[in-house]
Design a protein around this ligand. Sequence first.
Ligand code: HEC
Length: 163
Amino acid sequence: MSHDKEFFTTFFSIMGGLAVFAIVLVIIALTLTSEVSDYKPDEIVVENIKPVGEVYIAGESEPEAAQATEAVVAADSGGAAAEPKSGEQVYNSNCMACHGTGAADAPKLGDAAAWAPRIAAGMDTMLANATKGLNAMPPKGLCMSCSDAELQGAIEYIVGQSQ
Ligand code: HEC
């Protein structure tokens, strides 16, 4: 009898110990998996595992990825569109029609007398007038895509040829 009792005591304490151990394992497992599900991959990982291509229908807005790629391409290769035009290029494509011929009474390129008072007024004034327009001089000389720097480059080119 006492032998049986001893057996049961040992048996149940081992079983109890195992049960507690099992519960501890379950708790550890739950903690670990909740950490896993909270895990957010870094942006770079998301970037690397994104699908190679994205389908979009004409008229829909482009997926962000495509826009980002274009922006990167434009930014680092200095794509034709992003490259600023030289003063001479801007002059030839936008200003020559009037300033090369004197059309609309525009002060002609090379006409130092016509340019002297304008040059005397300073680049800031000329740039402001050319940007806003002045009488028959249309705003930005109609080069709507020209930046201030490109417009100023064109004026510098004209001035350089007219002194
Ligand atoms: C449609 C004809 C026309 C075009 C195109 C044109 N201009 Fe003019 N521009 C004029 C006329 C006319 C004047 C003289 C305005 C006046 O003084 O009344 C003038 C004046 C100017 C002046 C002198 C402004 C001042 O302060 O006196 C600058 C600088 C100038 N143009 C720059 C440009 C540049 C740069 C371009 C090209 C991006 C350009 N223009 C294209 C007609 C034109």
